[in-house]
Write a protein that binds this ligand. Structure first.
Ligand code: PNS
Length: 168
């Protein structure tokens, strides 16, 4: 058996229980799993990269072979810099597949020896996305069970502060 280091890249704005489920599965399969947060993915992210790194570090602290980093530029270049041989991505539904397949093949063209491995999160999270979590929370409903309690806390703190700020 080879000891494989894998990268699990994404925006993680914010990390959901679906992401965490995949991180746990990946940490059981790979020797080292590096959760890699893309900088500059959205023009207006909800959480800064530093906030996302902090949340990810706290919520994966119980997994000794999981590291959390940020990256810029091409994923394949970050994989090379960090000595990763594989990229882990989650597929929740067939609708994810087309985009993931395209990305995996482009990454293969750029780095032929870097393998993409797809894993499925638990079915309970098959409809959970960071985008929907933010939307539901912004519009006043609970996201309990969809994100870790720390994310709920941070969402509340951020939106509470925004709502208290005087309108410009
Ligand atoms: O959580 P996301 O937003 O679906 O993650 C997308 C991500 C970060 C994996 C993807 O946008 C990415 O790898 N971006 C880095 C730039 C890059 O390498 N682009 C070419 C990919 S084919």
């Amino acid at each position: 058996m080879r000891l494989v280091t894998a990268l699990y890249p994404g925006s993680f704005d914010p990390v959901t229980n679906g992401h965490l489920d995949l991180i746990e599965r990946g940490s059981r399969l790979f020797e080292t799993l590096i959760v890699a947060v893309l900088r500059n993915s959205e023009k207006e992210p909800f959480f800064s990269v530093d906030e996302r790194l902090d949340i990810l570090r706290q919520t994966t602290a119980h997994l000794p072979n999981v590291r959390v980093s940020a990256f810029d530029g091409l994923l394949v270049d970050f994989a090379e810099q960090s000595g990763a041989q594989a990229v882990l991505r989650g597929i929740r539904a067939i609708s994810d597949y087309e985009y993931e397949f395209q990305m995996a093949l482009m990454n293969r063209r750029l780095a032929p020896r870097l393998e993409t491995v797809f894993m499925m999160p638990a079915e309970a999270y098959s409809y959970v996305s960071s985008r929907l979590v933010k939307e539901v929370f912004r519009l006043g409903r609970s996201v309990e069970g969809l994100v870790p309690p720390l994310v709920e806390e941070r969402l509340r703190a951020k939106l509470g502060a925004a709502r208290r700020a005087p309108a410009k």
